[in-house]
Every structure is written in structure tokens, then in C-alpha cells.
Design a protein around this ligand. Structure first.
Ligand SMILES: [Zn+2]
Length: 233
């Protein structure tokens, strides 16, 4: 008997992979489109970040520039917003939108937004889970192959993986809410035209797709594991 044989549930990976690839392409193309359109007022990502911090009365967060493209993030531990060079220095619709989104995370943190707190709380166990899940499952399969009772190891691996799945799911409200806050602030501030706001909306909706794809992929992978290993004893 081979160690692992093809199982029909393996096919679940195909739609997940296709969705993830499509989401990546959609993000890239939407980003590139709006990264080439400057805002009428020539506001940079840095300007927007500083403006939102002032507007929200947040004085303990730094804005830094970081390498790469689409590497923008907020680090709640060191309280730093790190904007990629094209976003920090750029005055495009994409730069302003992405910067405002990261500031959305800053405001979530400052206002103790519950899903963000849950996300931070489960992050250590979730990353441990995602690192250990497959090694444990593979070890379980190997031991079983050699006639050693190890279904329990596979089960522990699947529990570990579900922690990683939970993280991708909790990430969704955090990301959608950061974009919602960004668009509200930009709209209230009247710094952008209606068309520019629509562009920001398009960029942030595309970016959200990658998180939806990550969660969908993780959920389908979990379902696949449950179908394959459920009651194999
Ligand atoms: Zn985000």
C-alpha cells in the first residue's frame, strides 16, 4: 500500500488555488491601474497618514518607509505604520487608498476594536498551529504506514491546522473594517474627488480579495483533511 493515495477530496484544492491566483492578479492589475493616476491635489501616502493621525488625535504612532511593493502594514507592537516606497512618496489614488487603509488599522488599535484584539490574541497559537500542522500529519501518516498507531498525531495536526484557519477568518472583519474606516475618513475629509474615492474603493476591494482567498483556501484545506482522515482507524 502506498503511503498516500489520491483522494477525491484533493480536488478541493483546485478551486481554492484558482481563486487565490485570480485574486493575486486582480490586486496587481487594480493596483497598477490606480498607481498610475495621481490625485488632483497631489497628496502623497505620507501626507494622508500624517493627516489622519492628526485628525484622529493619535500622537504615539510613527510613519516609516519600507522596501518593496505592497509591503505596507501597521505593526501594533512597535506602533509603526510602514508604507512601501511607492505608497509613502507616491501621490496616486492607490498610494492614498493603501495609506488610509493602514491608518484604519492604527485607529482600530487605538480604539480597541474587538476583532483586532482577538486576532492579536490568537496570533501566537495560530502561527504555531500553521507551522506544526503538516509536519504532525505527515509524521502520523508515516508512523501509520509502518504499523504504529498514530491516528492521534494526525488528529492533533488537524486541530493545529484549524487554529491557522481561525486566524485567516478573524482577519476578514479586521481588513474589511480598516478599508471601511479609510473610505469614510477620506470621504468626510473631502480631499479626494468622487472619481478618486471610487478608485480607492476599487483598490481596497481588490486587496480584500486576497484575504478572502486565503480564508477560503484554508477552509477548503481543512474540509479536505477532515474528509480524508475522518475515521480512518
Ligand atoms: Zn490591512
Amino acid at each position: 500500500m502506498p503511503i498516500y493515495m489520491f483522494h477525491p477530496a484533493d480536488l478541493l484544492i483546485i478551486p481554492a488555488a484558482l481563486f487565490a491566483i485570480w485574486a493575486q492578479l486582480k490586486v496587481k492589475s487594480t493596483y497598477q491601474k490606480y498607481a498610475s493616476i495621481p490625485t488632483q491635489r497631489r497628496i502623497t501616502g505620507f501626507d494622508i497618514a500624517r493627516w489622519i493621525l492628526q485628525r484622529e488625535n493619535i500622537n504615539n504612532v510613527d510613519i516609516e518607509v519600507t522596501e518593496g511593493e505592497l509591503t505596507d502594514h501597521y505593526d501594533p507592537i512597535s506602533k509603526k505604520v510602514r508604507l512601501s516606497e511607492p505608497v509613502y512618496y507616491g501621490d496616486s489614488i492607490a498610494s492614498v487608498g493603501i495609506s488610509a487603509h493602514e491608518l484604519g488599522h492604527v485607529i482600530q488599535h487605538a480604539r480597541s476594536y474587538a476583532p483586532m484584539q482577538v486576532r492579536q490574541l490568537i496570533y501566537p497559537v495560530s502561527s504555531l498551529g500553521s507551522n506544526l500542522a503538516f509536519p504532525l500529519i505527515i509524521l502520523g501518516i508515516l508512523l501509520t504506514y509502518f504499523g504504529i498507531h498514530a491516528q492521534w498525531l494526525i488528529n492533533v495536526g488537524i486541530y493545529m491546522f484549524s487554529l491557522a484557519v481561525l486566524f485567516t477568518v478573524v482577519t476578514l472583519p479586521v481588513e474589511f473594517n480598516a478599508s471601511k474606516r479609510a473610505i469614510k475618513i477620506l470621504s468626510d475629509g473631502r480631499l479626494l474627488t468622487e472619481e478618486e474615492l471610487d478608485g480607492v474603493h476599487a483598490v481596497l476591494s481588490a486587496a480584500a480579495l486576497t484575504y478572502v482567498a486565503a480564508a477560503a483556501t484554508a477552509i477548503l484545506q481543512l474540509i479536505r483533511l477532515l474528509i480524508i482522515f475522518r475515521g480512518r482507524e
